[in-house]
Design a protein around this ligand. Structure first.
Ligand code: PRP
Length: 209
């Protein structure tokens, strides 16, 4: 039985539909309940829903053989896993945003609020800009509104959250999308099964730019 960690939420539902079309359905997963584990013995798959930012932890430690995680999480936490495929879904951008009237004072350290300390740190290091990172766990957009930070580094999908809070993108850092990842030992021992999943998913990404 192959253990597959899916990110709970909207992205997870889209991704499960891709696994089902790839030939690994598990209809009980669509039932309305609070169960977290679902299996299809005949197809040899067991799915479980985990918090999106935890998928890589399950896969790295082998509790899941494969999983789907955002490139943002993979860059931020650098888990020791193989990245097998860009699923070309769950697309968004990692960006710097600030209040619309923001003017940067280069004589001062820039105060950056973010969940993504490493990504923000590496981005500003590449620019040679001194920053002070303020780590937050959510609702990052609040920080510049309350004077806690000058800018934020966060995920922008539709841009609605920024717009509705009077913020705008100042710089794009990198594009993000969902990735199929695998535990390194699982990939050695269950390569055929994992490759079958990868191929079934890959055909669904081919028409996407
Ligand atoms: C993410 C991100 C932004 C929002 C962007 O938040 O942190 O707040 O989505 O989406 P938009 O551009 O379509 O408005 P998430 O829902 O993950 O919650 P968070 O506040 O915990 O970061």
């Amino acid at each position: 039985m192959l253990n597959i960690a899916l990110p709970k939420g909207r992205l997870g539902e889209k991704v499960y539909a891709m696994f089902a079309r790839a030939g690994f359905p598990c209809p009980s997963i669509l039932e309305e309940n609070r169960k977290l584990v679902f299996e299809n013995r005949e197809k040899g798959v067991r799915y479980f829903w985990v918090k999106p930012s935890d998928v890589a932890v399950y896969v790295e430690r082998g509790a899941a053989d494969v999983g789907v995680a955002g490139k943002d999480i993979l860059l931020e936490h650098a888990p020791d896993v193989y990245e097998l495929l860009d699923l070309k879904t769950g697309r968004c951008r990692m960006a710097v945003a600030a209040p619309r009237d923001f003017r940067e004072d280069m004589r001062r350290k820039l105060r950056v609020a973010t969940k993504f300390d490493r990504i923000a740190g590496e981005y500003y290091a590449s620019l040679g800009r001194d920053i002070d990172i303020i780590h937050l766990n959510g609702s990052i957009e609040l920080a510049p509104l309350l004077g806690l930070s000058d800018v934020i580094v966060d995920i922008v999908e539709t841009g609605t959250t920024l717009r509705e809070n009077g913020l705008a993108v100042v710089a794009e850092i990198l594009p993000i999308s969902a990735r199929l990842i695998t535990n390194k030992a699982s990939f050695e021992f269950c390569r055929e099964e994992i490759e079958a999943i990868r191929r079934g998913l890959e055909t669904q990404t081919e028409d996407k730019a």
